[in-house]
Design a protein around this ligand. Structure first.
Ligand SMILES: Nc1ncnc2c1ncn2[C@@H]1O[C@H](COP(=O)(O)OP(=O)(O)OP(=O)(O)O)[C@@H](O)[C@H]1O
Ligand SMILES: [Mg+2]
Length: 504
């Protein structure tokens, strides 16, 4: 091989052993300068672990890394940074109480200039955000107060600020709108034409086709296919490589079921500055979808119904009884469950076991004395639900922190499936979940509805909303702009409705 043809990065036989789990069991990866290399694999396949090895966050137990033709040891994140490798992690490692600009330049030379140069860092951060299509993000705002999508953009800005030669993006699009994904892809193309390599991880296979050059597939910690052409390899083939089987990945048709009584009634619900005039009902057995961009008020509406935010006006009734506004305990007593969007901050106790996390809100059902969880009662039920969702590894005593991102999402969902609520509010239930488990979640949500639960579903994945919901409300800038049976809508129409007036 001549010098010009050698890959920028060459990883061979990478092994990483965690207590009880061999996360990587001989992984190979080649990345060329100026290419977008997609890394695919099911939840727990080892993608994040591999890129943590690449980013110097994990020491591999075996294997070789060549960087720019030379053997390299990436002892720690500084070594990776110095080599020109930047990583945008799946669980963003931004510091919530620092400003946007401070986060962009964290650990960076600019930061060492001290206070007098804060203005320079801010100006540079502003420029990067503008380049990413987000001039509106205030560089002095605390990052923790930005919505998830905003935080993601800050993560990308930080990687760009490093002038890296290789940028790793671990599921960046999971929290982004279609329009923001377009922006991100524009930036990725720009990076590419400047010779920068991008390693791109996503569970959305259509994105691989749009942005990817080559694909490497991981399964159970091993490379099962290397350097496939991203645009021409059939999706079915990619799925078979990832799962080892053919997966039904489209949503199966559903017989419209006869609907029962109205269980949830939302009337003129309003939170100033977030959403207004929101009214809808959900019947027993019905799935109502809320479609809209990030920032359209979708999550805020769910959280207000659940009492986590206090409404400025309007009412929420469950089985005809008005809920006390702003009271989560009242909502939970009335039978409401919320599966939140941000699992890390709202959903999970990361140091606790899968069992403990899944049984959190059901303590009452299983508690035999104050604070005591009747272990016999709950482990069986937990094992059943986590088994159905295929949470891996199938060891419920494992701390949730050690699960892969997609498996953490399944734990949050398992909890609510076990709670037995009458109204289930689902915010992005399949974010970060692989194609196999996604089908399992769809089937479970439908089964819940068939058993009489009223479901409200928020998702950025329009085909998912259309495929799962009976009725769809389209939101734009905090208002319901359209409502229709899902059967009367298609993807193009919904995208049109959600984006109208947003600059398109
Ligand atoms: N710190 C850790 N301690 C123990 N096990 C871990 C740790 N981090 C990851 N694992 C395990 O290593 C395996 C690979 O996890 P990894 O996060 O790399 O998966 P992934 O491919 O990124 O999945 P996802 O698509 O869900 O994000 C999983 O079985 C996971 O539970
Ligand atoms: Mg991951």
């Amino acid at each position: 091989m001549t010098g010009a043809e050698r890959p920028l990065l060459r990883m061979r036989g990478i092994v990483k052993q965690f207590p009880g789990v061999r996360a990587l069991d001989g992984v190979d990866l080649d990345v060329d300068a100026g290419e977008v290399h997609c890394l695919l694999g099911q939840n727990g396949a080892g993608k994040s672990t591999l890129i943590k090895v690449l980013g110097g966050a994990h020491r591999p137990d075996a294997g070789d890394i060549e960087w720019d033709g030379e053997p390299a040891t990436l002892h720690d994140p500084h070594a990776a940074d110095a080599a020109g490798i930047a990583t945008i992690h799946q669980e963003l490692d931004l510091v919530p109480w620092l400003s946007v600009a401070e986060n962009v330049y964290l650990g960076h030379e600019h930061a060492r200039f001290g206070f007098t140069r804060t203005g320079r860092a801010e100006a540079a951060a502003r420029e990067l955000l503008a380049r990413l299509g987000h001039p509106e993000i205030p560089v002095r705002r605390e990052v923790g107060r930005l919505p998830a999508a905003g935080q993601q953009i800050v993560g990308v800005a930080r990687a760009l600020s490093r002038n890296a030669r290789l940028i790793v993006m671990d599921e960046p699009s999971a929290v982004l709108d279609p329009e923001e994904v377009d922006n991100l892809f524009r930036v990725v193309r720009e990076l590419k034409s400047g010779g920068v390599a991008v390693v791109y991880i996503s569970h959305r296979l259509e994105e691989i086709r749009r942005i990817g050059d080559r694909v490497t597939v991981l399964k159970d910690g091993r490379t099962v296919a290397r350097n496939l052409p991203a645009r021409t390899t059939p999706t079915a083939e990619v799925i078979r490589l990832m799962t080892g089987r053919a997966v039904e990945y489209a949503l199966p048709d559903r017989e419209p079921a006869p609907l029962g009584n109205t269980v949830l009634e939302v009337n003129d619900l309003r939170r100033d500055g977030e959403f207004t005039d929101v009214s809808f009902g959900v019947c027993e057995g019905e799935i109502v979808g809320l479609a809209g961009l990030v920032g359209s008020g979708r999550s805020e509406i769910l959280e207000t119904i659940y009492g986590a935010r206090r409404a400025d006006g309007g009412t929420v009734r469950v089985n005809g009884v008005r809920l006390r506004p702003g009271s989560v305990p009242a909502a939970v007593r009335a039978g409401l469950g919320l599966c939140p969007e941000e699992r890390k901050s709202q959903g999970l106790l990361l140091a606790e076991s899968v069992t403990r996390n899944v049984s959190l809100p059901v303590l009452k059902r299983f508690t035999t004395a104050a604070g005591y969880i009747g272990r016999d009662a709950d482990t069986g039920a937990v094992a059943e639900v986590t088994g159905r969702l295929d949470v891996r590894p199938a060891d419920p005593s494992r701390p949730v922190r050690t699960l892969s991102g997609g498996n953490q999402q399944k734990v949050v969902l398992a909890r609510w499936l076990l709670t037995g609520c009458t109204v289930l509010l689902l915010d992005e239930p399949t974010r970060g979940v692989d194609v196999g488990a996604r089908g399992e979640i769809y089937a479970l949500v439908r089964r819940l509805a068939a058993s009489g639960v009223a479901v409200v579903l928020v998702s950025s994945d329009v085909p998912e909303v259309l495929g799962l919901a009976d009725r769809v409300l389209v939101l734009r800038e905090g208002r319901v702009v359209h409502r229709a049976p899902a059967a009367d809508l298609d993807e193009a129409r919904v995208l049109d409705l959600v984006m109208e007036g947003s600059g398109r």
